[in-house]
Every structure is written in C-alpha cells, then in structure tokens.
Design a protein around this ligand. Sequence first.
Ligand SMILES: [Zn+2]
Length: 152
Amino acid sequence: MDDDVFLIDWLSERSAKCPGCGYELTGIREPKCPECATALRLSVACSDDGLWSWIISMLAITLGIGFDSVVAALIALPILIVGGAPPHIHVFFYGLLTLDLFSIGMLIWVTRRRRAWMRLNKTPRRAIAVGIIFATFLLHAGFGGGLLYAMI
Ligand SMILES: [Zn+2]
C-alpha cells in the first residue's frame, strides 16, 4: 500500500492533531493539513523521553565546552597582547583547556553510547542526565568562579 494512501486510511479511523498547527486531522483526504498545508507522513517515534534526556545531556556538555573556550580566549588575549601574567592565571588557563579537553572527550563518549543510553530504563536514564548536567555545571562554575576570584 502506498504510504500516502496508508496515512489517509489510518487517519480515517483515528484522532490525531497536526504537528504544525494542532488541527484535528481525522478524515483528511490528502497527506497534508487542510488548515496550515503542512505535508504529513506516518513515522515511528520514541514513546518516552529517552532521546530528550540524551540531547539535554549533550547540550549541557556542549555549553560547558563553550564556556571553557570563551573564558580561555578571554584570558589568553590579554596575555598575548600585554605579555606575561601571574602564575596562578596560567594555572587557571591550562586548567580550563584541560577541562575543555575532558568535556570534549565526555561529549564523544556520550555520543558513542547513544544506543546503550536508549536501552536503559527511564529512571536511570534521567538520573544519568541530571548527574551529567549537575556535574558539568558544578565543574565549570567552580572553575570559572575560582578563576574570577584569582583574577580579582
Ligand atoms: Zn496544520
């Protein structure tokens, strides 16, 4: 059976809302929303938030990498322009770079573990996501806060 015919047949007996505008699609005659003209197709989707918790974990790590990179660049520019800096600034600078590399490694590891992540039950998956978010925030906020304290 053609996919469009199957979609129209499927919607002839079931209630479903348009993902674009929320219009009720029961009984449509062509594979597009009569209200907003969004093209429609049947698809398979996750029934829980497995992918969302994985994406949010990736986002938290990526934000940490961005934070490290921006702060490291802000430290490096004055050192490059003026030259020289107190030793503790160098410690924080290289610490940020190390944290950046660690975060990139973590991002690669989480990316490669996606299948294993999806096989976990919802509760451990959410617990790992919350752990990654808090660990990333605490590590980077602690390091950034320490750096700011050392610079003042
Ligand atoms: Zn619509």
